[in-house]
Design a binder for this molecule. Sequence first.
Ligand SMILES: Nc1ncnc2c1ncn2[C@@H]1O[C@H](COP(=O)(O)OP(=O)(O)O)[C@@H](O)[C@H]1O
Ligand SMILES: [Mg+2]
Length: 416
Amino acid sequence: MTTPKILVLDRSDLLADQIRGAVADTLPTPDVVACTRLGSAGDVLEADGPFDVLVAGPSLGTRSGLARLRLIREDLPAMSLVLAFSRRPDASLRDIVSTGAIDLLQLPLEDKELAEAVERGIELAAAAPVVQTAITPHPASATSDGGPGTVFTISSATGGCGKTFYATNLGFFLTHFTDKRVCIVDLDLQFGEVSTALRLRPKYTIFDALQRADADDVSLVDHIEDYTVVHETGVHVLAAPRDPSEADRISPPDITRVLEAVRQRFDYVIIDTPPALAETVLVAFDMSDMLYVMATLDLPSVRNMSVFLSTLERLKVPTDRVRLILNKAETDVGIEVEQVTKLFPQGFESILPYAKEVSRSINLGMPVMAASPTAEISSLMAGGMKLVLPEEAQAQIVAETTHKKPSLLRRLTSRR
Ligand SMILES: Nc1ncnc2c1ncn2[C@@H]1O[C@H](COP(=O)(O)OP(=O)(O)O)[C@@H](O)[C@H]1O
Ligand SMILES: [Mg+2]
């Protein structure tokens, strides 16, 4: 086993000393290096690296400190970043999240907690998830050809399976790893939660778009973008109506018009749906290039998934367009993943664990793949999602470290 390496970045030695003591009994005992000159972090990372974990101390708890950490992380995505601050930095939660840190610790801390955070960082660094990579858009797929976009619908027979969760993460994934335009359409008309999950305050909804089109006889294609709201990650969202009574006034042909318009304007369209085979949902199925059906690891959900799939067959939805996802897979819940996979010979595209990072990301209004890119769940999702990209684009997914020059790191981190 190789000795894990920890770099502690802070103007004072104190944090490094505490960490050294805290991990002294861990086997193999990590090598703890202290860097007290923030401006020379780049040099130390380059000269003494690679490090498994970077622990950033209170001196980095400023807006510029966070910006510097973000650049370091972008350059060294395989290294886990742990923030250890004594007070909440004078920066937005989003700035903190965007550093890609796996943990934000509040000092002072017990040795045990500190050691746990560092060990978790070491584990995650060793796991080298897929999502710690960047894609260089393939030249052939770099420009939008203006043709209709690819439509993905996320569905399930039962509620709470993670449709909205998956839809928002797929939206992030496609925006982040391609240069394509992505729009999530919230077709859970009564209880849509896409904007809540992303903490957006849409000015308009799908209902307003239809109202305007009816009243002014304007073309939805020309105006649909005026009705979307853009998340800071670049994903557009066409929100569900504010009020269930508005939802009742939207007919299946309305949905067709809206989806046609969105498809003309965006390269990827992701449709989030309610947990039912409503007529509006069937309209979405008809227009979908790919249909995800989700279930969680419990008997009712699994049983309903098989009923749902037979219904799709009866509706003549081509089976080669259907992908299955098992979510919130936990051990010791009285039903095993293997039992479930046996029931569905077509196989699951992804089997995702129950992960606490998801709740954290929801509280931040960020997809978990953005908030916790190093989490196991993020890399598992990326593994399935990358299959939707053209083969050339998949081949372009290369480790950040292989296509960035080390000199960049030194330049970026020695600004102060
Ligand atoms: N893999 C997961 N681990 C932990 N929590 C999850 C996971 N997937 C979804 N959740 C949470 O479960 C709840 C239901 O998910 P949601 O996406 O709203 O389901 P749906 O849209 O299918 O009703 C949400 O609070 C969501 O954050
Ligand atoms: Mg939902």
